[in-house]
Design a protein around this ligand. Structure first.
Ligand SMILES: [Zn+2]
Length: 486
């Protein structure tokens, strides 16, 4: 057995976020590293978090008329090259299959970096009339993009789990509405389920998805002041329907090219949630995505006849199960109660219930919140009601703290000097005027390390006519948000 020192988290989050993050992932049994660099393995505890997230998203997508389907992992080179910008944008990170056994393939096969090319080659056959539209499909799969330099579990890997949605519409207005609907859905999932607040807006032309007309994005702020792109939703216009010949016969009896969207959210949101909410003891999981929401620790001595403690714990646990709460009773008899407390704290279970002979006698329970580590005594008779209330309080508190991190990270710069200093000293999101010229965008990135994360939907409206581009001093045309990012 590992010693307590090896077992616990030995790095403080505030001292070294990166080392703390790696330790938390490995020591809470979320992941392991795969045999190939850049690939990670999800262990059962990590995978069950992904399952929770996936279930939440899946239900919402189905409710809004999307259907799940599955596409092959391999894409012939010719298909991937069909939309030129798209191909050149992904080319440097595509894994290629060149042989089948000993035979060299006539045409290389790409391991799916994303599915636009393969999906749209099929959509051209599936769509014939306006009666076939809208087509709203979702794929749960993994995508592969060679990440050679800096990999970070969940944040940047050579293979990642995600969902990618692809829709086809008869007109641009409908496609645009879909893009916004999905972005709002993603925002709701991030805030209501993962307790992650985000900024919402457009990517610049330089940063948008390759092949898209426009990309909308949700950007989160990590505790070290670096931004993290958490979800994107793209209006593809007719950029793909033309080369892929996705045409429909309209009710005007004429052929039209279709309008399309694509969008995705990946397991990256798990990484963000860990970084934002975790503390020096380990994980702090938001209740709605926690594989175990409540852990009950019956307190009994090995070989001692406190035989009513475990059965009573089981009874109480089944009350929680009936109320739809994910509960686990830790009946291991080869660990002390104290050891178990530390173990579940490290694993981030939102609520722990301690129950011993004394509690049983009094009809009480000791409840410990993971986020604040505060203890509270509750009556066994009000167990379900109080547990539900506390789980909600935990979520609200995590979101409040994350909002505070986001709010504190935001600043406005009125000169390049200020922008540079803010980025270097406190990092975070810094807004500033921009003329819209890509040259300024590139120079700012080169000189500060910060790029334009987004052009916020609402902030652009507050542009005043005297505002200048922080870099070149010409009139500003928008107020983007700059940040260094993962
Ligand atoms: Zn400029």
């Amino acid at each position: 057995m590992k010693t307590q020192k090896e077992y616990g988290i030995t790095v403080k989050k505030g001292d070294n976020l990166s080392d703390w993050y790696s330790q938390v992932l490995l020591k809470t049994d979320l992941i392991d590293y795969g045999p190939s660099k850049g690939f990670i393995v999800l262990k059962p505890y990590g995978y069950s978090i992904w399952e929770s997230v996936r279930q939440i998203i899946d239900i919402r997508l189905k409710e809004s008329g999307h259907q799940n389907a599955y596409l092959p992992t391999v894409i012939p080179e010719g298909l991937l090259r069909k939309e030129e910008d798209h191909f050149s944008g992904f080319n440097s990170e595509v894994f290629w299959i060149t042989k089948a056994g000993d035979n060299v393939l006539q045409e290389k096969l790409a391991l799916r970096p994303t599915s636009e090319a393969i999906a749209y080659s099929l959509f051209s056959n599936w769509v014939g009339s306006y009666k076939d539209l809208p087509l709203k499909l979702n794929f749960w799969n993994s995508a592969m993009r060679a990440e050679i330099k800096s990999t970070k579990p969940f944040i940047r890997n050579s293979e990642f789990l995600w969902q990618e949605g692809h829709t086809v519409h008869t007109n641009n207005e409908e496609a645009e509405a879909e893009v916004r609907f999905i972005l709002d859905l993603y925002e709701m999932i991030l805030t209501d389920y993962l307790a992650i607040p985000v900024l919402k807006g457009f990517k610049t032309s330089k940063e948008k998805f390759v092949g898209a007309v426009a990309t909308s994005t949700l950007e989160g702020m990590m505790p070290d002041g670096k931004a993290l792109q958490l979800a994107t939703s793209h209006n593809l216009g007719q950029n793909f329907s033309v080369p892929f010949e996705i045409k429909f016969l309209g009710n005007d009896n004429l052929e039209h090219f279709a309008w399309q969207t694509s969008w995705g959210i990946s397991w990256r949101l798990i990484g963000a949630s860990i970084m934002i909410h975790g503390d020096d003891h380990g994980l702090v999981l938001p209740p709605k995505i926690a594989p175990i929401q409540v852990v009950m620790v019956p307190i009994f001595k090995k070989d001692q006849a406190n035989q009513n403690v475990v059965p009573r714990s089981m009874e109480l646990a089944s009350e929680l199960v009936r109320a739809g709460i994910k509960v686990h009773v830790d009946t291991r008899d080869d660990f002390t109660a104290g050891w178990k407390y530390n173990d579940w704290e490290k694993k981030g279970v939102p609520l722990r219930i301690n129950i011993g002979p004394k509690e049983i006698l009094k009809g009480e329970l000791e409840v410990v919140r993971r986020d604040t580590l505060q203890k509270e005594t509750i009556l066994q008779t009000s167990l379900v009601k109080r547990v539900k209330e506390i789980l909600k309080l935990v979520h609200d508190n995590l979101l409040k703290n994350a909002n505070e991190i986001l709010r504190r990270s935001m600043a406005h710069a009125s000169s390049f000097y200020q922008l540079k200093e803010m980025i270097q000293k406190q990092a975070g999101f810094v807004s500033g005027g921009w003329c819209g010229d890509e040259k300024c965008e590139i120079s700012i990135k080169e000189e500060t390390g910060a790029d334009i994360r987004l052009l916020p939907f609402e902030w652009s409206k507050t542009l005043d006519s005297t505002m200048k581009c922080v870099y070149c001093g010409k009139n500003a045309r928008s107020i983007p948000v700059f940040a260094r990012a993962y």
